[in-house]
Ligand binder design. Sequence first.
Ligand code: PLP
Length: 364
Amino acid sequence: MAVNLRIPGPTPCPEEVLEASSKPMINHRGPEFREMILRITDRLKSLFATKNDLFILTASGTGAMEAAIVNVLSPGDRVLAVSIGEFGDRFSAIARAYGADVVDIKFEPGTPADPDTIRKALNADPSIKAVLVTHNETSTGITNDVAAISKVVKGEFGKLFIVDAVSSIGSIPCPVDEWEMDVVTSGSQKGWMAPPGLAFVSMSETAWKAQAEAKMPRFYFDLAAAKRYLQRGQTPWTPAVSVFYALDASLEIITQEGMESVFTRHAVVAKKTREGVKSLGLKLLADERYASNTVTAVRVPEGVEAPKLISMMDKEHNIVLASGQGKLDGKIFRVGHLGYCTEADIQDVIDSLKVALPKLGFRG
Ligand code: PLP
């Protein structure tokens, strides 16, 4: 029986995607690769709902985050880093590592970012050049209201808006042009139903203007090089060809299904997850108004040890759950339901929790 991999990435891949990834190598500077990268880039742009440039990097999502930072900022630039969890903290850390002058706003884990707090921070410090926001915080299962945040960051203040959409775009609505996001990142192993290894980054015209002046050191992730090479249907460096094959196959499936149907499917399995865990007497970390449709964080009940629960689910039920990260380690477990996930996969999780929890002392 296949393992029910319920972590928020890498996610399971459809059989045809895995098969595609085992095709023979080709010349990454030849016509076949050219056709493939142009097709994939076009499809991703349409799924990002953007006319902006988009690049496919051979890296994980963190590589795209690093590319986002180093291409538009200079050391000493004042940056507002809005964090609601581990991945927001990571964005801030990357900016700081490259010498940005970072102002952090951190919200309690399990809560979303408040646009008014962002407004106050931007009012208080006109020297802020860019704002970093996580769309979907995978460590807490919260989706930020990026449309509302954009009204402040772009609409009221016209700042450079850099968004980590690694675990959202492609699964839940995240229209890049409509929300005026200047730089947006994602990774192949999330809702895209492909293996890890490729990361995506889109760049608006405003981002390109910032890029022309940005002085942070960059080489592998220099998007000006990526742009030059993409014009010839290539990447500057050797790409992960096998993951390109897989992504080509998964985007074919996603395109056939249609984005609206993909969003609905995610909403349905997410609701089933939340209703299911609540029916067992468990509590969600998130206020349901902000609960993510790609990952659900569940509080570990009093008296139950999280590592034992996760291990029992794995060994006895063949279900892999994710643990809490950082401050939430031991306090929550997470159920990933992005990409290739069915209602039956979620029912399996709920049925198995129902058996496992009482064995660990839960009397829900
Ligand atoms: N940002 C978010 C919201 C994520 O969920 C992840 C991955 O889990 C990342 C960034 C980092 O991506 P990667 O692990 O692919 O480097």
